[in-house]
Design a protein around this ligand. Structure first.
Ligand SMILES: C[S@@+](CC[C@H](N)C(=O)[O-])C[C@H]1O[C@@H](n2cnc3c(N)ncnc32)[C@H](O)[C@@H]1O
Length: 205
């Protein structure tokens, strides 16, 4: 099975339905303020797996120069309408080829969990490369081990997840030379009790 095609087709199909679920005041989105406060005026920020751009790219674009990347055509189309002052690119985020030191900040909400986990170490290393010295990265990662998980009915479509556990991600980030500012477990009310994600804020010193 081509897992990435499953994810891309899934988000093309549910783009509007997923957007309807996103709000600005949830615990996960409030964490974005910690990244925002650490970025310089006119910072360049990458939103990797930006979806329809609401609320993450939108909040960032109120203060910064934002580049959003997503491989779902339907999501990128919505993002361009929702956040007209940002730049959006339709591409697989594991294939980004920005030069070294391109961004002051990078964030990624609920997207890395949909990428086959064997690709996560090189993805994090590429984030490190693209980040300027002193830049910060806010990531939503898996908190528990999950190998190639398929749900046949996620918001009405087939969907795929893949991730490591918290300790593995903290080690992977360290191996990339990131310095940890904080890590937090955020419960997810839309899933089973006990389900949640690891959020990390890290810096390139
Ligand atoms: C759950 S949505 C989150 C969207 C947005 N970050 C938010 O918080 O509302 C996950 C997004 O990641 C995108 N995505 C998943 N894997 C990707 C990949 N390899 N490259 C680019 N985008 C990807 C999907 O198309 C989808 O739009």
């Amino acid at each position: 099975m081509n897992y990435k095609e499953t994810v891309k087709a899934g988000y093309n199909a549910i783009a509007n339905r997923y957007l309807a679920e996103r709000t600005r005041d949830s615990q996960d989105v409030l964490l974005l303020n910690d990244l925002i406060e650490r970025l310089p005026v006119n910072a360049s920020v990458l939103d990797a797996g930006c979806g329809a751009g609401v609320p993450i790219s939108q909040m960032l674009s109120e203060r910064f120069k934002v580049t959003g990347v997503d491989f779902s055509e339907a999501q990128i189309e919505l993002a361009k309408k929702n956040v007209p002052n940002a730049n959006f690119i339709c591409q697989d985020m594991t294939k980004l080829d920005f030069p070294e030191n391109s961004f002051d900040g990078i964030c990624s909400y609920y997207a890395i969990i949909h990428i086959p986990r064997e690709e996560h170490q090189s993805l994090l290393a590429n984030f490190y490369k693209m980040l300027k010295p002193n830049g910060c990265v806010l990531l939503c990662l898996g908190a528990e081990n999950l190998i190639d998980d398929i749900d046949e009915n996620y918001l009405g479509t087939r969907m795929y997840w893949s991730h490591y556990d918290t300790d593995t991600y903290l080690k992977m980030l360290k191996d990339c030379n990131f310095s940890l500012i904080w890590s937090k477990y955020v419960g997810d009310a839309s899933f089973d009790e006990g389900a949640g994600h690891l959020f990390v804020l890290v810096q390139k010193l």
